[in-house]
Write a protein that binds this ligand. Sequence first.
Ligand SMILES: Cc1cc2nc3c(=O)[nH]c(=O)nc-3n(C[C@H](O)[C@H](O)[C@H](O)COP(=O)(O)O)c2cc1C
Length: 361
Amino acid sequence: MTHVPLILQPVQFRSVTAKNRIVVSPMCQYSAVDGLGQDWHVQNLGAKAFGGPGIVFTEATHVSPDARITNGCLGLWNDAHEAFLTRLASMIIQAGAVPAMQIAHAGRKASSWEPWLGDGFNAPGVNSGWLPVAPSALAFSPDRPTPHALTVSEIAAITADFAASTARARRAGFKIIEIHAAHGYLLHSFLSPVSNHRTDSYGGSLQHRARLLMEVIDAVRSKWPTDLPLFVRLSCVDWIEGGLTIEDSVQIGKWLKARGDVDLIDCSSGGASPAQKITSIHPGYQVPFAEALRHQAGIATGAVGMIRTADHAAEIIANGRADLVFVARALLADPGWPRRVAAALGHPFIDPPQYLRATPA
Ligand SMILES: Cc1cc2nc3c(=O)[nH]c(=O)nc-3n(C[C@H](O)[C@H](O)[C@H](O)COP(=O)(O)O)c2cc1C
């Protein structure tokens, strides 16, 4: 037997051990009803959990009704949501993976249509739409309504919503929580100078723009035990002149490392503005961000974005470019992708035991 590639070896964050370093990246399904998950969510994440990844993330799970991206987005603000997510977490554990939740607030991109309806939004009062909130009264795109610029007390209420959802996530049995601070949603919109034009202590310098993220981390950590890991997803660059740069993100990474209560940064990019220009989208195009933060900020990172082959995924981990590989679309196409990766790397696994008679692909 050859040496087991690092990507297939267990990894530990605080008290939590994942059986390998392949992660089901958060993927919205736009199929919840009033924030409540349905059979769809059980079969969708069930298929992925039984495909063999180490960690399975829920889709972005929103902290209040107005925090949702669409009317169909998942939420965690009431007892029914908590009961449903308890079942989901238990199912993921039964499949041998670590249940992880991404918690989120959509900010100025809230009240959007489900993507299969097109790139539109529900105006306030139309089709249950509402007015989104943002750091500044700047619309995401010219066709959208100008969002409400949050007051300091409204910001504090949102931070409290993050804490309340975290307490529910813990009770539901999740073992990792990830704060969504990427893709133009609320926390990223505060970080980015493109969307944050505030002149108070939440705007201006990078330190001020990062204040809300730090306050949300404090709030989440106040309800999340120290033996459980906390991840943060960042958009490491905005791909737009005057937007966030990798240098800014390395600085944020250093701050998060210095806090000592954040375990990993999941390194994505983009989403702050429709004016973004991604110079080249190719396999692994965001991996250099994970590599930069890992080496320059000294914090564990996750790589994500167009990672589709076994060799590529294994290379990222083996060469120390990231600690985890997050995969989204390859898993939509094939929930058995982790199983196939293991076979391609020469270390097929046959588990759970119920699948003992399956022939490795
Ligand atoms: C259907 C779909 C839904 C997504 N929903 C989320 C989400 O809820 N939260 C998030 O941070 N990223 C979300 N993403 C982004 C993915 O997590 C991932 O970062 C992106 O698709 C790039 O990885 P990939 O090339 O492996 O697909 C979504 C992507 C897809 C395809």
